[in-house]
Design a binder for this molecule. Structure first.
Ligand code: ARG
Length: 698
């Protein structure tokens, strides 16, 4: 009995230990499914993305502490409906069905469902989908679209899982949201997105129907963010549209200058930028398969090269003119040959003059060069037209030669399915030009270029050389799955969660099982405790008659429906109650296996029923059931792998998170399996020793 009390005390202590700290600020819980880049994804153990960022900012402004809960997508809306979370932000499409359950804020983005297929797939459009193996993410609008318009889809826990199945030939197509699709495809070179989207949608945040006040506050903040442009800036900053700059092999000194100009533009417009040398062909190929990520500027681009690109847009950043004295003998540009020509150091004009063999004299700024021209030290000056017009306002002895001497033109190209991004990009640069920002950038580029800078090496995400050989690719996978971004920590942390749940529920299971077994066998032997016995039978029937995942979900979503409760505690309760039923039957079996004569002998020695039970029957029973109990704990350890259903990050879920980031099934799953295996082997060994010890004590 004392041991039992001790066990219970230990349990209580453990529960207290896993209680969360008391909150000081108001807490706002956001439900999401972080497998959906760029909207929500796990990055270095933290949830990031457009949704996370927007909600983080709104929460901050409303004075909340934000807590983000990562769960299956089909639990996200339910979470706000039941009050587990106050806001759901998960790339959620606004639909009539969902409006019955939750409030939606104003929408913040326009989206679409698209089809991902293998590169050589015969599927060309929605018309080809019938009878194909179609994968979707469970609970999404993609799922309902396929179900309502085509056929029953195959449902996956999340997008990356469906995409992995597709890449491994287990599916013919995945129907999923366009932007995550781009992120998935970017990591799977044998996949592509079909150009024609299936349906357009709008994303919004969901808020519980009992929380109109929060809805209004959210909408107010969202509107402010829309008006100030903050919202667009956040979204663009996560969209990672890439600007790939290809320099022709013979680009000379102007390369650094150009690089600097484009870097500044990219930074301002929130584009990722990459520089590459030569090889236009490669870029063209990349450009035409990616729906909207690439824009390629090249200087210069021959007419022939222009034909490589279906969408080309030119943009002239500046026009350069020649300034000469009123009565100059220089009448046409070719007269500049052999003359003293001045320009601003580092400017595009300097490079241009050098390239066209009019070696210039350079000055720190345009004004000084004009002064030198006025003073008669130069024959001509080449500067940009606007600057020239300004400087010549008060200088009547100088004039601008008719015509444009050189144009600083940038050529941008986009893939064939992608005219919009090009238009948007050109429009944004025009804005920069009219606000004067672009000019400042050009000047800064000239300045920057005076001190030589390092050329940026082309960015290669998956170092291909490493993956050429068999071992090389194993090494690379290993690195990618475990070492990169410290992904192994998902396994380590998950392992401790699994261990914590298992140990605590084993203890709870023993306590429950022991009590139930004693009640049941006492009732059997003595015919007393009828009521308790009845309750115990119901408990055994219900618990052993339903799956543990369902019990776990019921405890989490129904019993603790609207209570903010520690999830480890929920898991321990669920697995503990579950295990208790099996332990009870094991122990009862043990008790019943002891010869009836033993009880009679104990009683005739003058011991009470309880004493006989405790001193004679139970110790023997325990020894007999040890192997069966050990087995039960091994089963329990593995059963906790469904804890991910309530978004606990246990060992199995840790492996899932890695898989969703690397799209690799082999290494994460094998690693998870090995860890379970090692623990089970250790447990078996421990039990073996315990059995031996007990035998020796006989
Ligand atoms: N937009 C789709 C929907 O609302 C899919 C959203 C999936 N979101 C996610 N975070 N996995 O059904």
């Amino acid at each position: 009995m004392r041991r039992l009390l001790f066990l219970m005390a230990a349990l209580v202590l453990c529960f207290c230990g896993c209680r969360e700290d008391v909150q000081q600020q108001k807490k706002l819980v956001m439900a999401t499914n972080a497998t959906f880049p760029p909207y929500e994804y796990v990055d270095k153990g933290r949830i990031d993305g457009i949704d996370a960022e927007i909600v983080r900012r709104i929460a901050m402004r409303l004075g909340y502490d934000l807590e983000i809960e990562d769960m299956a997508f089909d639990a996200v809306i339910a979470a706000v409906q039941t009050g587990k979370a106050q806001v759901a932000a998960s790339g959620i499409t606004v639909t009539e069905d969902r409006k019955q359950k939750v409030f939606f804020t104003d929408s913040y983005v326009i989206a679409a469902q698209v089809m991902i297929v293998l590169k050589n797939s015969p599927i060309k459009s929605a018309a080809d989908l019938k009878g194909k193996r179609i994968g979707v993410q469970r609970g999404t609008t993609g799922e309902s679209y396929v179900k309502d318009n085509i056929q029953e889809p195959e449902r996956f826990q999340n997008g990356p899982e469906a995409v992995t199945a597709l890449a491994n030939g287990k599916l013919d197509v995945v129907v999923i949201d366009g932007e995550p699709a781009e992120a998935y495809v970017a990591k799977n070179p044998n996949l592509k997105i079909l150009p024609e989207p299936l349906v357009q949608e709008e994303y919004a945040f969901a808020i519980g129907k009992n929380n109109k006040a929060l809805l209004d506050k959210f909408n107010a903040e969202l509107r402010k963010m829309k008006e100030s442009g903050e919202l667009a800036a956040i979204i663009n900053s996560y969209r990672k549209t890439r600007l790939i700059v290809v320099f022709p092999a013979n680009s000379g000194t102007e390369k650094l200058y150009t690089q600097s100009v484009l870097e500044q533009i990219a930074e301002r417009l929130k584009f990722k930028i990459e520089f590459q040398d030569g090889n236009l062909e490669n870029v063209t190929a990349a450009l035409n398969v990616t729906r909207k990520q690439l824009i390629v500027p090249m200087i210069p681009l021959t007419a022939e090269e222009e034909n490589l690109f279906p969408n080309v847009g030119k943009f002239t950043a500046a026009e350069y003119v020649v300034v000469v004295p009123e009565k100059s003998p220089i009448l046409k540009f070719s007269d500049l040959n052999g003359k003293k020509v001045g320009t601003r150091k580092g400017s595009f004009a300097e490079h241009y003059l050098e390239k066209h063999v009019y070696p210039p004299q350079t000055f720190p700024d345009a004004a000084t060069s004009i002064a030198a021209l006025s003073a008669g030290n130069l024959d001509a000056v080449v500067i940009d037209k606007n600057t020239a017009l300004n400087l010549l306002k008060n200088n009547k002895n100088l004039k601008i030669m008719p015509g444009t001497f050189a144009r600083e033109t940038y050529v941008f190209a986009a893939g064939k399915e992608n005219p919009d991004v090009l238009k948007e990009f050109l429009a944004s640069i025009k804005l920069l030009q009219s606000s004067g920002e672009l000019n400042a950038m050009l000047e800064k580029a000239g300045e920057a270029h005076k001190t030589p800078r390092q050329t940026v090496a082309p960015v290669q995400e998956n170092a291909p050389a490493m993956t050429d050989t068999f071992w090389g690719s194993i090494k690379f996978s290993f690195y990618n799955n475990f070492i990169k971004d410290q992904r192994y920590t998902y396994l380590v942390q998950g392992f401790f969660v699994t261990l914590q749940i298992t140990v605590l529920s084993v203890l709870m299971g023993i306590v429950i099982g022991f009590l139930v077994a004693v009640v049941r066998s006492t009732a059997d032997i003595t015919g007393k405790l009828k009521l308790l016995d009845g309750l115990c039978r119901i408990y055994l029937t219900v618990i052993r008659g339903t799956p543990v995942v369902v019990q776990l979900l019921i405890i989490y979503f129904v019993i603790f429906g609207s209570v903010d409760v520690n999830k480890v505690l929920v898991a321990v309760i669920a697995f503990g109650i579950n295990s208790g039923a099996y332990v009870a039957e094991i122990i009862r079996g043990g008790i019943m296996s002891i010869d009836k004569g033993q009880m009679e002998a104990g009683r005739s020695l003058g011991l009470s029923y309880g004493q006989t039970m405790r001193e004679i029957i139970l110790p023997q029973a325990f020894k007999n059931v040890l192997p069966a109990l050990g087995n039960e704990f091994i089963v329990l350890l593995k059963e906790t792998s469904v804890a991910g259903y309530i978004a606990l990050q246990d060992l199995t879920r840790g492996g899932d998170i890695i898989r969703s980031q690397t799209y690799d099934a082999f290494f994460p799953l094998i690693a998870v399996a090995l860890i379970y295996l090692v623990v089970v082997m250790f447990l078996s060994w421990l039990l073996g020793r315990l059995e031996k010890r007990l035998k020796r004590n006989e």
